[in-house]
Ligand binder design. Sequence first.
Ligand code: ADP
Length: 501
Amino acid sequence: MTRVKDYIFHILLLHSLRSRIFIIILLVGIIPGIMMRHAIIEDYEDRAVRLRQETAQDMLTTIAGHLVTNNYLENYQQTDQQTAANKRVVDAELDMLSGIYDGRILIINSNFSIIKDTYGLNEGKTIISEEVILSFRGERLFNYDAQNGYIELTTPIVYTISPEDNPNENVNIVRGVMVTSISSKNITETMELLNRQSLIIEMIVIMAIVALAIVLSYVLTRPFNKVTEAINEVKEGYSDEAINVPDYVETVHIIDAFNQLLRSKRALDDSRQEFVANVSHELKTPMASMKVLADSLLTQENVPVEYYREFLGDIVSEIDRENQIITDLLAIVKMDKRVQDMNIVSISINDLTELILKRLRPLARKMDVEVIFESNRTVVAEVDEVKLTLVISNLVENAIKYNKEHGWVKVVLDADYQFFTLEVSDSGIGIPEDSLAQIYERFYRVDKSHSREIGGTGLGLAITKSAVLMHRGSITVTSKEGEGTTFLVKIPINYIAPQNA
Ligand code: ADP
């Protein structure tokens, strides 16, 4: 239930790819449609108003001509028959025009007096507006009032006369103005109709786009769901095959990374299994020897005491060996526990090395090996004392154990401002080149029987390497068979705690 809630929450916050694709398709599909509808309707309005204005203007210009030829402005108060008849004709034209355009025409003379109002309401009144004044200067004016639904046109009534002093030249004089308001209601009505129809079409398109957005957002994100399903299958143990979702380059990258992870997990599992098998084998070997020794004592009768002594002595050394393996295994387990276990103290590496060498000198004497320590400076560093002790003692012990008669072991301690180095070289049997890469593996021994003879478990260098790495240091080896081996350990003087510790 909470998963469903989380899912909805993420969709609402656009945290899901599907919701983002959905929204993008929706916006890309719908916004241009709405914009286009507005643009088309506005364009229609512009054109319709212009067309109406132009045709009305043409008619008004013609009527203005009739007004001039009939001297309408001068004769509007004359009552003789001929003038009245002319006036009636023009009046009829004006009425017809205002009828056609569902509008009103006012004729204003040069005294700004309204001499004709097709509505008959304002005749005789004076009108002085900006438009009228501008029109008396010869301008044709046009104003569209969309809110109230009318177009206002102001047309000058122009007389062309020839002045007495220059009869060849024609002069235009504005003697009156026609102010015409025509209704634009039908334009508004057509616009509303258009709007309604396009809205219906738009709704249908929006519904189609929503459907498309739902389908596409589902289809486009499906490969990612396939990735999750495939990973879940591996996670839940139904399959441990390498998975494959080739739909997108992105899914291929994710799957590649996952497969790599899977491979390294398998490699880790394999190495764990191998380790457990090795441990069991190593622990069983001393046990088997002890059993053989004990059995041979038990199955024989009247065994002389010397045999008992000898066999029990062998059993004791097998127990020692078993103990040694267990001690080393515990050390390895400790190393695996990682950084939290680091017990960092600032100590003199010189003193620590001297102490370890002192402990190992009896062994060196026994093996007839000379141990030399060289150090030009006092090195104080932040280290885990127990772990560094394991490093130094393992390396020096190996250098003594895998040496020759009258051989030597040299330990050189040095430092710069960042690192200290510990070089352990010997005049021993050396390590074959093809074994150099494996010596840090658990239970790896170059010569199993020789190593066993001198009490090796094959775990020493594995422990050493882990301990060095935990100090963020490095360990390298150079060796020549029959001539000797040199291990070089480099560790930071100041302990660098890992970021995620
Ligand atoms: P072991 O307990 O057998 O000594 P290590 O892990 O310490 O195990 O060493 C692994 C193997 O590397 C040893 O068995 C040995 O063959 C080889 N080795 C280690 N140090 C030296 C050395 N200084 N000289 C020659 N061989 C060495």
